[in-house]
Design a protein around this ligand. Structure first.
Ligand SMILES: Cc1cc2nc3c(=O)[nH]c(=O)nc-3n(C[C@H](O)[C@H](O)[C@H](O)COP(=O)(O)OP(=O)(O)OC[C@H]3O[C@@H](n4cnc5c(N)ncnc54)[C@H](O)[C@@H]3O)c2cc1C
Length: 415
């Protein structure tokens, strides 16, 4: 596809939404470049697995060349599965069953997904480029400025720089996210020990949210089984792209109140894992073993926040996507899916405007008018779920942890 250079897009942030938009625009022949703060592509942990829902999958299908979309499905987990809500001893309260359809919900490894999203963008992702602001850059352009003193000019600038967005204060000055009382210490543990799965067969295809008797404490875990080994699938569908090793693993998260995470622990991997071990001591032995066998360098602390609806978009021809504008607590698995949905929608609006001659400002305003309602519905849903599952409302908590588990059989023997 020939790239037209009279119209260009600069994206700050090579996360899920930034890369997805770059893929969409590349396919349409639009000159796009992505500027990423990290010094390289796989420098730090960017999460473990991610559940894609129909919005996320549809966005990928619309944005990626066909072989790359097939690669995402091939390396993902089997479709279907369950989300079980249990008490701390893994006794079932209730279960949600996901549709067993390939394009409905899929669990994929996040590193693998990022690698897929980077495929074919060679020379268009620029690392070590921390965006700091946007200026007017002449009659039809903006300047995206970087912390290193450099700048680039583009027709459109997109802030996809995640929860800590450096561009947000300028582009949507009234939309600084709000802190919540909750946090998560996340980890990853090998799925097999001595050749055997550490997850009991009864939970093989389940994510589990185990809710403790103590209000505001819960433990989540889920296994990531690669459908096809990334090395083989990449060799077939995206030769030359980086293929992660793809060892199956268990991703887990201890949910607790932010006030329970001392400042001295934050950023200290060992101290965070010790905190998770202490706080999960009363859970089922399966849970405790997961924390004990966690890979230390995969430990991450996340302080949950909720985005605020932007009332004004201050810089025409500049906009934002994903967590930069609508961060949400990780309940319901909407954050990444909404970010991908934004990317496909914005890509669609920009490409359509180029084809029809619609002013680009109108295309961006149409994107924003459509994105804000669905994204903030997702924010409200995620925040509501967090309150119901971990909040102080005594009755629902009592029903979840005391009543329902006693009505069900024991799922996982404690031996
Ligand atoms: C533990 C956990 C589990 C989750 N599970 C799910 C799930 O199952 N399903 C789901 O839908 N969502 C999930 N989410 C949420 C999801 O990960 C995020 O919503 C999603 O990554 C947001 O994508 P994004 O493109 O907005 O930002 P990110 O993917 O965070 O990317 C932002 C990028 O911008 C870069 N950057 C930051 N500052 C700058 C700067 N100044 N200049 C240039 N670059 C910059 C960052 O380095 C990063 O690469 C989960 C989140 C967590 C923490």
């Amino acid at each position: 596809m020939a790239i037209s250079t009279d119209f260009s897009v600069a994206i700050a942030g090579a996360g899920l939404s930034g890369l997805c938009l770059a893929q969409y625009l590349m396919r349409a022949g639009i000159d796009v470049h992505v500027y990423e703060r990290d010094p390289g592509p796989f420098i730090r942990q960017q999460g473990y697995r991610i559940i894609l829902d129909r919005y996320g999958l549809e966005a990928l299908r619309e944005s990626l060349p066909r072989p790359l979309y097939r690669l995402a499905l091939a390396t993902g987990d089997e479709p279907g599965g369950h989300l079980r809500f249990t008490d701390s001893r893994l006794r079932d309260a209730f279960t949600i069953t996901f549709k067993d359809e390939p394009h409905a919900t899929r669990q994929v490894d996040r590193l693998t997904l990022r690698s897929i999203l980077m495929s074919g963008l060679h020379g268009r992702i620029h690392y070590g480029k921390a965006a700091v602001g946007v200026d007017h850059g002449g009659p039809a352009g903006l300047r995206l400025r970087f912390a290193d003193g450099g700048a680039v000019t583009a027709s459109v600038v997109v802030g996809a720089d995640g929860v800590g967005s450096a561009l947000r204060a300028q582009l949507t000055p009234d939309a600084e996210p709000e802190n919540t009382p909750m946090a998560g210490v996340y980890g990853r543990s090998p799925l097999r020990r001595d050749g055997r799965s550490v997850i009991p067969e009864a939970l093989r295809t389940s994510g589990v949210l185990a809710i403790a008797d103590e209000v505001g404490r819960a433990f989540f875990f889920t296994s990531m089984w690669f459908g096809e080994r990334p090395r083989e699938a990449f060799a077939r569908l995206a030769p030359g792209s980086y293929a992660p090793t793809g060892d199956d693993y268990v991703m887990w998260g201890l949910l607790l109140r932010q006030e329970e995470v001392p400042v001295s622990v934050r950023g200290n991997l060992l101290a965070m894992r010790d905190l998770a071990a202490r706080m999960s001591a009363d859970f089922h032995p399966v849970v405790r073993r997961l924390v004990d066998t966690a890979e230390l360098d995969a430990t991450v602390l996340n302080l949950f926040a909720t985005g605020r609806r932007p009332r004004q978009w201050a810089v025409p021809r500049a906009t934002m996507m994903g967590d930069a504008v609508h961060v949400m607590p990780p309940f319901g698995a909407h954050g990444g899916n909404t970010a991908l949905r934004d990317a496909a929608l914005l890509g669609h609006r920009l490409v359509e405007a180029r084809a029809s001659g619609t002013p680009v400002e109108e295309a961006i305003a149409a994107y924003q008018d459509e994105m804000v309602p669905y994204a903030f519905r997702a924010v409200d849903t995620a925040a509501g779920l967090m309150r119901r599952l971990t909040g102080g409302a005594a009755a629902p908590h009592w029903v979840l942890t005391r009543v329902l588990p006693r009505l069900h059989r024991v799922t996982v023997p404690e031996a």
